[in-house]
Design a protein around this ligand. Sequence first.
Ligand code: UTP
Length: 300
Amino acid sequence: MTTPSSQNKMRVRKAVFPAAGLGTRFLPATKALPKEMLPLVDKPIIQYGVEEALAAGCDQIIIITGRGKSAIEDHFDVSYELEKMLEERGKTDLLAKVRSISDMIHVAYVRQKEALGLGHAVLMAKELVGDEPFAVMLADDVIDAEKPCLKQMIEVFDETQSSVIATQVVEGPGISSYGVIDAAPVEGNFAGKLWDIRNMVEKPKFADAPSNKAIIGRYILTPAIFEELERTPKGSGGELQLTDGMNLLLQREKIYGYVFDGKRHDAGDKLGFLKATVEYALKREDLGGPFREWLKGLGV
Ligand code: UTP
């Protein structure tokens, strides 16, 4: 593993959140409500991701939106009427919660006019990202970890100065629902967790899966990905696939797969969303106790 001298080191400061998808798996809830605004207990799933990016040291958030997604912009904006009402009623706790969202950080928005695929959504961020490495975070993947998943990945990037993709081990036929890496282990500081990617295959048959390591919705990419996405042909479903772009990037740069510590919830899927809701509610100081009691009483 090469370690460039510290003065030339690139830092990850920007996190891109593609949020222009149609959210068909959650219809009819997502007909008028963006999937990213579905709440886990009382916080929209995208806010978990934004908080993770900030905790990882990113200071610029870029959200790729589309039609019908204005609720996301409103969420991260100041709500004067709501704040005034809470202030007048002396609801200081709630006021602090509401203010902390708009105070969190400056968020930039880019519009993806048509949902032409995740790769296309990432390409929309090209001008705002410029010539520096950046994170891509899918809000659906809510990751509960002691050290934020993106922070773990940035530590890998700081050492490797190469693109890093989050992966998790999926045993059995479930692997066919994911992009899967074909990779060799890397020795050194991250031994056992870091993999040198040779190829990535989108949703392989179980028998054809090159490994048990599935790609999860956290990526750190070098800006070279933009050139590759611009020349990536449309892939499955007629969409511009990020995986196809990353496979082209792999021909000119190293990409590492990193098996992160933590638990990932697929909140873009109904069952995954329900499980995440239960787990997050059980962890809450204000709700956990009574909720646990109620669950026990169900006797299921
Ligand atoms: P998904 O594959 O989860 O698609 O996209 P989706 O449209 O959001 O949801 P389903 O599968 O129809 O229920 C992965 C991520 O990429 C974004 C989505 O918003 C989601 O965060 N995306 C996808 C875009 O921003 N633009 C696209 O054209 C496609």
